[in-house]
Design a binder for this molecule. Structure first.
Ligand code: BGC
Length: 427
């Protein structure tokens, strides 16, 4: 695809999606039939605080969509909550289906292209209690859920089946660790920034990996078979492994179960979601900590915006150039909105560079539209739009206006304008 270039900005191709993303559990609030709610409220848990009302988007989604449109975006990525649609096995909530149908229609009516994720980390509590993604019929149950939600997806062409399956497989390994050592060991390890919690050091659960790939394929078959013109993909967490000299083989062996198998599984898909935030360095003995003195974010990740371009290049290499890419998540946890703009500027420039080299990128979704529940804590703020925790009032940040203006203009910065340093964002 030939992409024209003007000055220090890249003109986006016709139909390019520029939006922001959320996930149901992180913004809706009171997702009481989900396994995450159960985990948050269990007597012994590593979870610091429960999600509670989150950003109350279950009720305030029209306002959220209005804001995104007013800011200049043309797309919104959100997820449907299986636990609400099927709170007990086989019991479908018509009200929940109507709710999500209204969201799909609400997005379309506002000129926001909906990109709908069917599963974003949380599952119904009953599903997890009977073995979750380790149960022999898990893929079948997910295909059944896909059939159930078909009726509300009309008009939403781009569907993501599962979010970050590679992280889900890691979460199961974490649970196993917790079962052996106790949640408090896990909580302590997390508080100390310790290895046990780091996705870098735990191997994904292999049964879960296989089941998720099967679940994705079965769900894709259901969607494709429905004749609604759905374009189906899944979204993979790109770790952007950097091998130290001499550690190339260690890094490759390391990346294989954590990323490559999930990218390879997307080869027959209609598109693939790239999600990138930072890089992970790997030495001869395995993963390395963030280098001393490197700027970090509120999640403790190294500020490394070029991860986005590198993730896109790597995805093209593994998945194949014929699978179009949508950047379904990219962003930074920071209380310093200037750092958010600087980070995103450089991330977009690295994306523009890959597009100029021929990567078929169809959209960019910033994580996140709103400050939200970051899986156990509200402290790392990823949002373009701030949310008051008591009144739930929404306040767009300068970064929202900056990115929205780019979206409205159909341009993103290219490499020439990407030399702005990103200050430490851990505040
Ligand atoms: C997930 C989001 C999460 C974000 C920041 C991604 O792994 O899909 O749910 O909030 O990263 O940690």
């Amino acid at each position: 695809m030939a992409v024209p270039k003007t000055g220090t900005e890249l003109v986006l191709p016709e139909g390019f999606l520029m939006g922001a993303a959320t996930s149901a559990h992180q913004v809706e609030g009171n997702n009481v039939a989900s396994d995450w709610w159960a985990l948050e409220n269990a007597p012994e848990t590593f979870v610091e605080v429960p999600s509670g009302d989150a950003a109350d988007s279950y009720h305030r989604w029209p306002q959220d969509m209005d804001l995104l449109r007013e800011l200049g975006f043309n797309a919104y990525r959100f997820s449907i909550e299986w636990a609400r649609v099927e709170p007990e096995p086989g019991r479908v909530s018509r009200a929940a289906l109507a709710h999500y149908r209204a969201m799909v229609e609400g997005a379309l009516a506002r000129g926001l292209t909906p990109v709908v994720t069917l599963h974003h980390f949380s599952s119904p509590r009953w599903f997890s209690e009977r073995g979750g993604w380790r149960a022999p019929d898990a893929a079948e149950l997910f295909a059944g859920y896909t059939s159930t939600v078909l009726e509300i997806l009309g008009g939403a062409t781009r569907i993501a089946t599962l979010n970050e399956p590679n992280m889900v497989a890691l979460m199961y390994a974490l649970r196993r660790y917790a079962a052996e050592h106790g949640w408090s060991a896990l909580a302590q390890s997390r508080a100390e920034g310790g290895a046990a919690f780091s996705p870098a050091l735990i191997s994904p659960d292999e049964v879960v990996t296989r089941t998720l790939i099967e679940a994705h394929q079965r769900s894709r078959d259901v969607l494709r078979g429905a004749g609604g013109g759905f374009e189906v993909g899944w979204t993979v967490a790109n770790q952007v492994y950097h091998a130290e000299p001499g550690a190339e083989e260690v890094a490759a062996a390391y990346a294989r179960p954590r990323e490559e198998v999930f990218l390879e599984a997307a080869r027959g898909d209609d598109w693939i979601g790239v999600q990138a935030y930072t890089r992970h360095r790997v030495g001869p003995d395995g993963p390395l900590p963030v280098p001393d003195g490197a700027p970090t974010t509120l999640t403790g990740w190294e500020v490394y915006p070029e991860a986005l371009g590198e993730a896109v290049a790597h995805t093209v290499e593994v998945t194949g150039a014929d699978v179009p890419i949508v950047v379904t998540e990219n962003g930074i946890a920071t209380g310093d909105d200037g750092a958010r703009i600087a980070y995103t500027h450089r991330a977009l420039a690295s994306l523009a560079e890959q597009m100029r080299r021929g990567a078929d990128v169809r959209g960019y979704f910033h994580w996140s539209a709103l400050d939200n529940y970051e899986w156990g804590t509200f402290r790392p703020t990823f949002g373009l739009i701030g949310v008051d925790p008591v009144t739930f009032a929404r306040t767009p940040k300068p970064s929202a206006r900056w990115l929205g203006a780019l979206a409205a203009a159909g341009r993103i910065p290219d490499a020439a304008g990407a030399d702005r340093p990103v200050p430490s964002a851990a505040r």
